[in-house]
Design a binder for this molecule. Sequence first.
Ligand SMILES: Cc1ncc(COP(=O)(O)O)c(C=O)c1O
Length: 409
Amino acid sequence: MSDATLPTDATELTGEAAALDAADELRDRRDAFALDDVVYLDGNSLGALPRAVPDRLADVVAREWGQLRIRSWEESGWWTAPERIGDRVGRIVGAAPGQVVVGDSTSVNVFKAVVAAVRIAQERGAHRDQIVVDEATFPTDGYIAESAARMTGCTVRPVAAGDVPNAVGARTAVALVNHVDYRTGRLHDLPGTTAAVHAAGALVVWDLCHSAGALPVGLDAHGVDLAVGCTYKYLNGGPGSPAYLYVAREHQPRFDSPLPGWNSHADPFGMDPGYTPADGAARGRVGTPDILSMLALEAALEVWDDVPVEAVRAKSLALTDFFLRCVQRYVPAGRVESVTPAAHAERGSQVALRCADAGPAMAELVRRGVVGDFRRPDVLRFGFTPLYTGFAEVERAARVLADVLGEVG
Ligand SMILES: Cc1ncc(COP(=O)(O)O)c(C=O)c1O
């Protein structure tokens, strides 16, 4: 695919890539995905298609919808899909069953989580009137936090994610933090930040969009209060696949949803004009679940069967380390600057490189079969999905990048 010419020392790195691929315990998982010879480094935006999905979706459409029709709500398990699939996601993010529900977008779940968390915090003390928000957050979280603040009599306080532990105090109701920064790939300290927010008497909401499926999150182990995330990146659920909401068991009885739709009612088919919330994760539901997307996600999650998240993390770090080494070797010094932390403890599963002419460079990379993405104004973003990315591909991507940067600009 690539028309790159091999640099003189390519054999050393290509040989190393072959050895790393041969030793890779997740190597066979790639067969579970529909991939070609494009080097796909954009799984942090839209994960690749798991092969099991098309047949499963065809069955859902033709048999469950086409033949069973309304019977499928019960007989095909449609009604309980949000909690059932929530438990599957829960295993990947370290949540015991019964605490994760799948549905709606991440944006909508940020809204539910932040408003409900403020309500819980204000039960502890009405003086808690600040929502601390990671200042580099993916914008939707910030927009929604602003609206949640207006609704709850709070103000938003933007703070660098790393400074959240020092910024929280007696007036903090909630801290809303991204586990991995979408732009730089920086991994934030979830255990330490959660503990600091708790010491201040507040609650924490984590956005896991860029960490779930790429590294162990440990929601239960670290005592996280609430969390949200999408499923179309490292969980490969497909375009617009439903997001999820985690509410720790201890908070579920006080989780007062700002969107108390009929699906979250204790007796949805009782059609009671008065609202009585369901127990458990179902309290996070709103309206009728988007069954086609949801069942595509359920089929996609089968690729995770028997995969330890720790193995995924080990491979992710090996992939990003190797990519950084290849870039250093092939790309002329000073042409790119990595904005992704070098320390493993601070790195997610992507590498972001700042460079001049990043837009045209990414367009040319894509043309040559290396797909990452461009984030304005000057960042090339490469995501590494351990379930299907191989080391030889990583070496090739760096080599094509060097060629492209030698020609563009
Ligand atoms: C960190 C983060 N939060 C929130 C979102 C928005 O998700 P949604 O479009 O599902 O609302 C994204 C989307 O890429 C994201 O990366």
